[in-house]
Ligand binder design. Sequence first.
Ligand code: COA
Length: 205
Amino acid sequence: MGKQGRFGKYGETKRVDRLRRARIGTPSPHGSEIRPFRSRPSSDQTFYKKPHAKISLAGDTDARFITRLSGKVFEIYGAYEEMVPKWFESEMTVTIIARMNRQPVGFAMIGDLFNRYDIQNASELLAIAVDTKKRRKGIGELLIREIDRKAADLNIKRIFLHTALENYPAQRLFAGNGYRPWKVKTNFYPAGQDAIVMLKDIRGW
Ligand SMILES: CC(C)(COP(=O)(O)OP(=O)(O)OC[C@H]1O[C@@H](n2cnc3c(N)ncnc32)[C@H](O)[C@@H]1OP(=O)(O)O)[C@@H](O)C(=O)NCCC(=O)NCCS
C-alpha cells in the first residue's frame, strides 16, 4: 500500500465509488441487505481539509493510534483496547482519522458489525474519540461531518450510536450535530454502565 501522495478529486471519486459498490452490492430480494464495507486505503489519502486538521480514511499504519486511544478513553467501559482494533480490521467498518501536522489526533468508525435494531438502511457510529490534548478544537465535529458525508455516499439513511448516560461531553457533541435521544439501555457496557441510544437521519434522504 502506497504511503505517498494524496487523493485528488479524481482519486477520491474512484475510492468512494469502490466503497459504494462494496456496500450496495447486488440488490437483495428483501431490499435491505447490506454488503460489507471495505476501507483500507493509504493513511495519507486526504479527502477533507480544514486549516487546523485534515480528515482522511484510516490506513493500516493508523492501527496503533486507534488501539492506544481506544484503550485510553474507553477502558472504563470495557476491553475496548482489544475490541475497537478488531472492528477496525474487519471489513464491516469504515474508519476516518483526523490529523494535525500529520499526526493522528482523533478517529471515528462507522459500521454494520452488530445487527442491534431493526432499522432499515441504518449503520452504527461505533466509536469516536479525540486525543485529550486536542479536544475542544472542533475535531470531533469535523469527524462527525465527514462520517455524515461518507454515510450519504454509502446509501446509509440513518446513523445510530450508543454513548454512556454519564458521558455529557459526547452527548452534547452528538446533540449539536443532529442526533436525538432514542432510548436508554441499562447495563449496556461490559463494565456495567447504562447507555443512551441516539439517532440521526442523514440529510438528503
Ligand atoms: C466526545 C469527544 C469526541 C469530543 O471531541 P472534541 O474534538 O473535543 O469535540 P469538539 O471540539 O468538536 O466539540 C464540539 C461540541 O461538542 C460539545 N463538547 C465537546 N466536549 C465537551 C465538553 N468537555 N463539555 C461540554 N461540551 C462538550 C460542545 O458543544 C462543543 O462545542 P463548543 O466547543 O462550541 O462548545 C471527545 O471528548 C472524546 O474523545 N471523548 C472520549 C471518547 C468518547 O467519549 N467518545 C464518545 C462515545 S463513542
